[in-house]
Each structure stands twice: as C-alpha cells, then as structure tokens.
Design a protein around this ligand. Structure first.
Ligand code: AHR
Length: 512
C-alpha cells in the first residue's frame, strides 16, 4: 500500500519506505501470461515447426529462453475471444487427422496443429502452470466436462483414456479454469445478458465441481466497474452449502476483470493504469457486498480478483483481426510499470494478473523468422518479475501531480491522484527491500528525499532518449542500466524513467 500527500511542484518530493511494515503477501501469479490463438501468438510465435530456431516439438527455443527469464508462474490459453468457437477435441490426436476450421473471433483459419497436448508440453518446457478457458459461446457443458476429464482424469474413463492414447499417461492437473471470456461483449459469439450468464455459470460450476472439487473456477466479470460485475457476483457468490448442497466447496473462487489502457498523449497514457487500481478497489467492495448480501460465512475463502487481461492497447492502432502487433514506446513502458505498481499495491485483492499477451500479439516480446525483439515494455515486466515479490510494504509519497486530461475521462473525477512519482515497495523472501519509482514527467527530473532506503543500494533504471523511443526500429532505444547508490543525500529520479532500488534493510529499522 502506498499513501500519498499532494505537494506543489516547487516542493521537494519525499518518498518514505517502511520495509518492516508488511501489508500483504504478493501472489506470484500477478506475473502470469496469456497465449491466444490470435495473430502470430501461437503460430509463428511460440510454435514454428520447420524453423531452425525451433526444437523437435516445433517450439521456438529463443522464445522459451526469453520467457523463462520472466519466471512466469501461469499462462492462460487458448483465448480470449478465440474460445467462443473453439472445440478442444479438434486439437488433440494425430495431427494429420485434425480438422482445419473457420475461426470467428479473428476471422482466420484454425489448423488445430497446436492444441491441448502441445500447450501442456510447452508449459512444461517453460516451467509454468496452465490456465484454461471454457468455450461459453458454441461449447457445451458436456464438452467442458470432457476437457477437464481429459486433462485431469485418473480413472479408467473415456477421455482420460483418450489422453493416454494420445501419449500422455499422467494427468496434467490443470487447476485454473475460466467460465467463459468477455461473454458480455457485443463482439462475442453468443453474447449473453448478465442474467443468462450468471445462470449458466452457476450450472456449469456445479457440474465441474462435482467432477473435480479442487478446480479453481473463475467467473467472467467485465472491467470491475460495471453492473455486470455487481450482478454476477451477487448471483454467484453464494454460501457453499446453498450452491452445492452436497459439499462445503464454494463454486466460484475468483472474479475476472479485463482492462486495456492507452492514449495518444503521453501523460494520459502513463496515468491510465490508475483506472485499474480504482477498478480493483470497486471490485473488491462488490465482492464484499455480495458476501454480505448473500450471507456468505466468514470461514468461506474470499474470492480474489483475476485480472486476466491487462496491458496498453489501442485496438484501432493495432487491430485485432490484423494481429494486434503494437509497437511500444517508452511512454508505454512507463504505463506498464504503473500497471505493475498497481498490482503490487493491491496484492491483497489480486490473486492473478495475466499480461495480454505473451508473444507477438500486444506483447513485450516479438518474433521474426530469424530472432526475437524485446520491446520497451519488456523491461518493467522483467524488473518486477525478478524483484517485486514477497510482501507489499508500506510506503508514502509526497510530490506534485499531473493535473491534465486522463484516459479514461472518469479517472479524474475519482478518489485517485495522478502523482508525478508513482511508487510501490516490497520486501522479498530474501530479506531485500525493493522500491519502484516511476517518474512520468517528460521534462523534469525530481530531486527527492528518500527515507527508509539504507546502506548500499543497487539501482536499475529503465529509460530512453525521448518518450516516443521504441525498440522496434532495429535498435534497443529503451533498456535497463544497473548502477549503485550509497543512500546519502537526495536521489534524482530522471525524467520519463522507471527506477528500481534494492537494498538490505537494517534490522528492525522500523517496528511493526
Ligand atoms: O487479448 C486480445 C483480446 O482482447 C482477447 O481475445 C479478448 O478477450 C479481449 O477483448
């Protein structure tokens, strides 16, 4: 948690970190990824058989190596919008027997050469856990149950045996399953009303939990600020005994929300992720409200938020049906750092966050037939995933604020400031304190009093020559530099930069 005091732009900013005031545990799943059958994410991204850069399974080795460096705990698959017409059975078994089908989300052809078993094998190669999304469009409950049985079944049953026949003896033990994707959206095949969705989600959840009570089921919310979120939570967050009379297992474990931010102007672009922070706060209250209104006993675990699509994306600039290949700038890297600051600050509420997406499609990592490029947004993701784990700790910032237009417009009317310095802080399992400061100002560096950062400090700085700098023009204009600071005097946070400080706090610097 980071608290804030507004100063005038003439005052010297102050950042105070309290490394021993642990606020909440950070779920490592906030560094989750997402791979959809969309554009060049799967085909030509993670899977490229015949390319000399690929292994014997057709997996791009350079992509795997790069993603390993992000230490991604979970990856969502196979969509996204793609799910709404996807039949998983098309994508298993001998490859020459798999049907090619028209694909209605992105209007291409799905060859089904990459399917469930390939995805599971790829997850194992990467050292990550799968998170699957059910087809709530043209799919049936039977098909969903069969998919769970195929992935997780241990008995002598038809789909578990089909998995064995396809070469995989051991179950995959897939834990995370989404009850549809953006089923509220007009672009969705079989768009639903909130009433129809809530009814269907509960009926599916009941059957799925009867088949396997250990599944973690994720309700399809909207953006956390919609009546859809209120209604679906109210209908579906029930006391376990009333939802499934035979069991004490709750049907719904997490509530999913999605948000993409962007603006063609730098400061609205960089501050836009603060809308996600407000959305998390609102969703968290809606979860509590549903629990109160439905009389959910306090002993029943409180669902967390699954922010399973987030990123900077302008779908007009980088159209979905054209593969959504964004060319990210330094401004976007600052925005991504603020997105990640938000997830760290809100670690109490956020159980998972999946950057959308992991390769080529609105992604920090791009491929060509001959190699990979790390976009500007790669570097904040890499820094956070490497160091911002453990516990969120208390921090306070006092500085001036950006006062102009925001995107979305509603952000300005909220109980939310847009400070020049956006901050989060953690203490890791290794006992190191970590502080991230994002200076969004495109002209001013801020000489800042930094309290609570002591001793020898390793400093990582991500910046570039100008706010529009990009890594997509053949050279790495935005990257990370490491330096050292002795924690004496003020620290100057450079204009348009991300700074991560890392130090070993003095014993009991600050009592609880
Ligand atoms: O991530 C790209 C698309 O954005 C996803 O398929 C969809 O869920 C969202 O609208």
């Amino acid at each position: 948690m980071t608290t804030f005091t507004k100063l005038s732009d003439e005052d010297t900013p102050v950042i105070s970190v309290h490394p021993n005031r642990r606020i909440s545990k950070i779920n490592p799943n906030i560094y989750a990824g997402f791979t959809e059958h969309m554009g060049r994410c799967i085909y030509g991204g993670i899977y490229d058989p015949g390319n000399s850069l690929s292994d014997e399974h057709g997996f791009r080795k350079d992509v795997l190596e790069a993603l390993k460096d992000l230490d991604i705990p979970v990856i969502r698959y196979p969509g996204g919008n793609f799910c709404a017409t996807y039949h998983w059975l098309d994508g298993v078994g001998p490859k020459d027997k798999r049907p090619a089908r028209p694909e209605l989300a992105w209007l291409g052809t799905e060859t089904n050469q990459f399917g469930t078993d390939e995805f599971m094998k790829w997850c194992e190669a990467l050292g990550t856990e799968p998170y699957l999304c059910f087809n709530f469009g043209t799919g049936t409950l039977d098909e969903a149950l069969a998919w769970v049985e195929y992935c997780n079944g241990t008995g002598n049953t038809y789909y578990a045996n089909l998995r064995r026949k396809n070469g995989r003896e051991q179950p995959y033990n897939v834990k995370y399953w989404a009850l549809g994707n953006e089923t509220w959206g007009p672009w969705q095949v079989e768009q639903m009303t909130k009433e129809a969705y809530a009814h269907k989600a509960m009926q599916w959840a009941k059957a799925l939990k009867l088949l396997d009570p250990s599944l973690i089921l994720i309700l399809c919310g909207q953006d956390g600020t919609a009546s859809w979120d209120y209604f679906t939570l109210k209908q579906c967050l029930l006391p376990a005994h009333s939802a499934l009379s035979t069991s004490s297992v709750p049907l719904i474990d997490m509530h999913s929300i999605h948000l993409y931010t962007s603006s063609s102007s730098h400061l609205p672009n960089a501050t836009a992720p603060l809308a996600a922070e407000r959305a998390i706060e609102i969703t968290s209250s809606l979860i509590d409200l549903a629990r109160v209104e439905n009389g959910v006993p306090p002993t029943q675990p409180r669902p967390t938020i699954c922010f399973d699509e987030w990123n900077v994306w302008d779908p007009i600039r980088a159209e979905g049906s054209k593969g959504a290949e964004e060319s990210y700038t330094l401004s976007d890297a600052l925005a991504v750092a603020i997105w990640l600051n938000v997830f760290v600050r809100k670690s109490r509420d956020v159980g998972m966050a999946c950057i959308a997406q992991s390769v080529n499609v609105i992604s920090p990592l791009m491929t060509s037939p001959t190699g990979i490029t790390k976009q500007t947004t790669w570097w904040p993701l890499w820094l956070f995933s490497r160091f911002m784990r453990g516990w969120t700790v208390g921090a306070h910032v006092a500085c001036g604020t950006y006062e102009g237009e925001t995107s979305p417009v509603w952000l300005r009317g909220m109980d939310k400031d847009t400070p020049w310095l956006d901050v989060s802080a953690t203490i890791g399992e290794d006992g190191f304190g970590n502080l991230v400061v994002v200076n969004i100002h495109d002209e001013r560096s801020f000489e800042t009093k930094v309290e609570g950062v002591t001793g020898e400090v390793a400093v990582f700085t991500v910046t570039g020559g100008h706010i529009a700098a990009t890594n997509m023009k053949g050279s790495e204009e935005v990257s990370v530099q490491e330096s050292a600071w002795h924690a004496t005097g003020d620290y100057v946070f450079p204009k348009h930069s991300i700074t991560l400080m890392r130090w070993k706090p003095e014993e009991m610097y600050d009592s609880l």
